[in-house]
Design a protein around this ligand. Sequence first.
Ligand SMILES: NC(=O)c1ccc[n+]([C@@H]2O[C@H](COP(=O)([O-])OP(=O)(O)OC[C@H]3O[C@@H](n4cnc5c(N)ncnc54)[C@H](OP(=O)(O)O)[C@@H]3O)[C@@H](O)[C@H]2O)c1
Length: 225
Amino acid sequence: MADQQTALIIGASRGLGAGLVRELAGRGWSVIGTQRKPSAELAEAGAAAIETVDIDDHASVTALAGKLAGQAFDLVLVNAGVTGPGHASADKVTGQELGALMMTNAVAPIRTARTLLPLVKDDGTVAFMSSGLGSVAGRTHDMAELYSASKAALNSLTRGFAAKDVAGKNVGVVNLHPGWVKTDMGGEGADIDVATSVAGMVDVLEANRGPGHKFLDYQGKTLPW
Ligand SMILES: NC(=O)c1ccc[n+]([C@@H]2O[C@H](COP(=O)([O-])OP(=O)(O)OC[C@H]3O[C@@H](n4cnc5c(N)ncnc54)[C@H](OP(=O)(O)O)[C@@H]3O)[C@@H](O)[C@H]2O)c1
């Protein structure tokens, strides 16, 4: 019998993160999900364990890495993300608002991945929850300009992570676009439900193991950087 696959999902209290835990556990994976505060949704998602992490508080990430030292994961996925200020406008944004958005969506995910990389198995995957809105080449509108810029920054930082941190290791790096999904962030009017998105993303991750850096949507389509 094949070894049970293992995953660590950072930011799994609700929405896509909780959905990923549910989907992976349903496929027989052993999954650790993280929350910032107790989440009823994560408690019911089938995780093997639940840990507490705020990616903006790097000490909490370091503490998790220490606690999990010696374990090896097939998949470490940084899902945590925020929308940013409601006005979503470069004309109105304060430095504090921009700093918070860029920290959570771009800088903290990279720091988190660097700290957790020793826990990734040979032949494992580090995945980041990006967005189609983070594609500079695919951008033909001005929607959500700050959020989009934060995901473009995440894409840029992950290029460096793939080129330097992961270089020489048999570890893949995947930036995911989940589709436009009905969550607190995506809203009721979004295209697809969480179950459809997470089933697609897990299929895509299972089909795309191995070295390299890819930007893929939940149906396996390659997005332009
Ligand atoms: N929904 C969409 O259509 C869509 C499309 C493209 C990309 N995405 C991306 O997909 C990811 C998940 O989004 P979602 O739609 O599921 O949104 P959501 O329902 O708003 O969930 C966001 C998740 O991120 C966590 N989080 C936020 N800041 C965090 C931090 N500093 N440390 C740890 N966890 C943190 C939240 O935890 P708390 O419960 O503690 O707040 C929550 O679990 C995000 O990266 C988002 O940008 C979503």
